[in-house]
Design a protein around this ligand. Structure first.
Ligand SMILES: Cc1cc2nc3c(=O)[nH]c(=O)nc-3n(C[C@H](O)[C@H](O)[C@H](O)COP(=O)(O)OP(=O)(O)OC[C@H]3O[C@@H](n4cnc5c(N)ncnc54)[C@H](O)[C@@H]3O)c2cc1C
Length: 423
């Protein structure tokens, strides 16, 4: 039996991660009635701890900068790249390029960080239902008009709204129902990760740096120093390579530590704890970013290989962009897919810049050092990209220069709004 909830919301948001709580908070702040439906109870574990500097501007709009500053999160001033035999490139210090508080960002414990953002949405007036999972979408003449959700006791209810936002992360609630998920043709990797206590930290400003350490011809390690002397460490590489002699994640992880001198040196004095996590973290993008009555944000729309830590930034930014587009659509009394055309175009363009950089990263012919030696004048614009200044910016000259060293991918044609229905 399904209980019908009589209240009609302006917006229902599926998922209370960074993208969902951003849309929820900003719409609630604009006086909209918002319901966020989240399947877990927060705080809940989540991977993805390293932030990009440009997250700051969404935090500022959300009003959470002060609260974030008060937390004991590790400060991240830079990102650095290390070869398999331990040679480190000069770190990209964000403050050398950006004279703004945003130049210092954080390595966050996601359970606490996501809870902070969800509570912020609550404070701004959004209603939040936790331990409640959206299991289906409601339609009227092909337009999405709400959801069916199941609570912890297994009771199902219908919730209706003028607009529904899918922010369900890699569960991709709406993409899965509509079979809209399209994998990136080349970025088909898996990730294995775990946590260490007491691992070696670099001194001074580099203490909180994200390190990307290469596994020659194969993939890379991330090293993210966090609060409480904890380090998040993971490998991303091709499935066939990682599973070549065993499928035991712990054995694979230990084997690969031996393949990077810097990682070995940094992790060997630490104590591994907790489980080894595994995900087929292949990149994907939805066929469409919106249909009549529904918009997709964050990982529920697209996921890109995490080598440049762009996930949380894109989740926050897409949440912000969607909230603005939804607010205007509600004002106009028109929530058809076409209202979100600019949203889709701008978001796809931003993702495409990052995607080109990810493709270049996986080509052995390419290195940032080579790019900057060829074009010293492009160091600034490259740093813009690495800090997340991605929306509505001309990256043509940078892409042209990268294209001289490596073959850039064709931009994906999909990800825009669905065509008007024939009803
Ligand atoms: C291995 C790996 C490493 C990564 N490293 C980084 C990194 O260093 N830096 C970075 O910025 N990003 C990283 N990312 C990406 C980052 O984690 C995501 O991009 C980010 O969490 C996306 O936020 P979101 O709000 O879209 O989704 P999520 O944070 O996944 O939130 C979605 C929420 O929806 C809820 N939900 C799901 N289905 C339903 C449903 N049916 N009903 C109700 N609720 C539902 C979930 O419980 C969850 O709370 C990494 C990702 C992976 C896989």
């Amino acid at each position: 039996m399904v209980t019908v909830n009589e209240r009609e919301y302006d917006a229902i948001v599926v998922g209370g991660g960074p993208s969902g709580s951003t849309v929820g908070a900003l719409l609630a702040e604009k006086g909209r009635n918002v319901l966020i439906i989240e399947k877990s109870r927060f705080p809940r574990y989540h991977v993805g701890e390293s932030l990009m500097p440009f997250c700051y501007f969404t935090f500022d709009r959300l009003g959470v900068v002060e609260e974030l500053n008060e937390r004991a999160y590790t400060q991240k001033h830079s990102v650095q790249f290390v070869t398999s035999d331990g040679v480190m490139s000069a770190p990209f210090y964000f403050f050398q390029h950006l004279d703004h508080p945003a130049a210092t960002t954080w390595q966050v414990k996601r359970s606490e960080f996501d809870e902070l953002l969800l509570n912020n949405a609550r404070k701004k007036g959004a209603e939040v239902l936790e331990e409640t999972q959206v299991v289906d979408f409601l339609y009227e003449s092909d337009k999405v008009v709400g959801v069916i959700a199941e609570d912890a006791a297994g009771e199902r209810s219908e919730y209706r709204a003028s607009i529904t936002v899918d922010a369900s992360g890699r569960d991709c609630a709406f993409q899965s129902k509509r079979r809209w998920r399209k994998r990136d043709p080349k970025l088909n990797k898996i990730a294995i990760w775990t946590y260490f206590k007491g691992a070696k930290r670099d001194p001074d400003l580099d203490e909180g740096a994200t390190t990307v350490a290469y596994l020659e011809d194969r993939g890379w390690f991330w090293n993210i120093p966090m609060q409480d002397d904890i380090v998040s460490s993971g490998i991303v590489a091709e499935r066939d390579y990682l599973y070549k002699d065993t499928r035991d994640p712990e054995a694979i992880f230990k084997r690969e530590i031996e393949n990077n001198t810097w990682i070995k040196e940094h992790l060997s004095c630490g104590q591994q704890f907790g489980q080894y996590w595994v995900t087929g973290e292949y990149s994907y993008r939805s066929e469409h970013c919106a249909d009549d009555g529904i918009v997709l944000v964050g990982d529920a729309f697209a996921f890109l290989d995490p080598v440049f830590s762009s996930g949380v930034f894109l989740a926050l930014k897409s949440g912000e962009m969607a909230a603005d587009a939804i607010d205007s659509a509600l004002d106009a009394g028109d929530v058809s897919a076409s209202r979100f055309a600019t949203y889709g175009e701008d978001l796809c363009q931003a993702i495409e810049v990052m995607r080109s950089l990810v493709y270049a990263f996986y080509d052995n012919e390419f290195s940032f050092g080579k790019l900057i030696r060829n074009h010293p004048d492009l160091r600034g614009i490259l740093t813009d990209c690495l800090i997340g200044d991605l929306v509505n910016k001309d990256y043509g000259p940078l892409m042209k220069a990268i294209g001289e060293i490596t073959e850039l991918p064709e931009p994906l044609a999909h990800g825009r709004v669905a065509a008007p229905s024939q009803a």
